[in-house]
Design a binder for this molecule. Structure first.
Ligand SMILES: C[S@@+](CC[C@H](N)C(=O)[O-])C[C@H]1O[C@@H](n2cnc3c(N)ncnc32)[C@H](O)[C@@H]1O
Length: 275
């Protein structure tokens, strides 16, 4: 099997139009929960914030609005092509890899990432870079997908249940081949503790949705983008992929999709000799 392991971000080769639609669907589905959590964490006027992997930019724009003209937002992305609404006076866009880019030490009141570290092989390096950039007392919120519990729930044509199940197992197999940590989301609270964060908490939310829903449409796009890689990874056939994608349009087929795990914590005060 020859899969390119050097290509870190799995959606790199998707066509621009369809990737933008996929990113916007992610925003429509998941922004309400993200915004509610950011509000609970006390994001307020005048804060300096970092949005990592800004995607199509809705969270970045929302944070710009919340922090107001006295606040500042830096949005970074490996591929900033899809970020829109960038003409905001309190916004700076930077292109770069979160593992390698220079971030100002002790600058940010709040750092947010959603569905980014799952794509980053050296996520410990990325977390260390982010933590050093947090102000003492600053907060970080990391939301990642947990793929370990995905399963068909009720498939209209029961004979297709096994195919759907194979597809989700195929995703885990592909992660193994690409050296993606499928369990990163559930490990995130512990990772934050290992990186020295305090008051670490977490919450998980799983989507149960029918074919034709926004979730099913987004998953259909995601899985069709990676279909070739899934087939090469060896667990599913082209026919399996076709059946799975068709079922994403079937309103009488329900799927338990990935969970989103949000983990957050606070950076402690600097030790006197570190000032
Ligand atoms: C699945 S999208 C999520 C977009 C957005 N965070 C959201 O949830 O709506 C992942 C984003 O992370 C970016 N990304 C992937 N690897 C990255 C890295 N190493 N450093 C910075 N950004 C990265 C991608 O370009 C993409 O915009």
């Amino acid at each position: 099997m020859s899969l390119n392991l050097e290509q870190d971000y799995i959606f790199t080769n998707t066509t621009a139009d369809s990737e933008l639609v996929r990113l916007q669907l992610i925003e429509e589905i998941f922004d309400p929960a993200t915004f509610a959590q950011l509000k609970k964490m006390g994001l307020s006027q005048g804060n300096t914030c970092l949005e990592v992997g800004a995607g199509a930019g809705s969270v970045m724009r929302w944070i710009c609005d919340r922090v107001g003209e006295t606040g500042q937002v830096v949005a970074v992305d490996l591929d900033p092509r899809f970020i829109s609404g960038t003409e905001l006076p309190n916004l700076e866009i930077r292109q770069g890899d979160i593992c390698a880019m220079d971030l100002e030490p002790n600058r940010y009141d709040l750092i947010h990432l959603r569905y980014v570290l799952v794509h980053v092989q050296d996520y410990n390096k990325a977390i260390a870079n982010l933590v050093q950039a947090l102000k003492p007392g600053g907060k970080i919120l990391i939301e990642e997908p947990d793929f370990l519990d995905q399963a068909p729930a009720a498939v209209e044509d029961a004979s297709k249940f096994a195919v759907m199940d194979r597809m989700f197992k195929g995703v885990l197999k592909l992660h193994q081949v690409l050296q993606v940590n499928s369990a990163i989301a559930r490990q995130m609270p512990s990772l934050l503790q290992q990186h020295g964060l305090q008051n670490v908490s977490a919450a998980a939310a799983q989507k149960l949705a029918p074919g034709g829903s926004k979730m099913a449409r987004m998953m259909k796009m995601s899985l069709s983008h990676i279909a070739e890689k899934l087939i090469k990874a060896g667990t599913v056939s082209a026919q399996d992929v076709e059946i799975f994608l068709q079922e994403q349009d079937n309103p009488r087929t329900w799927v338990l999709y990935y969970s989103t795990i949000a983990a957050w914590g606070t950076k402690g005060a600097l030790k006197p000799n570190a000032r």
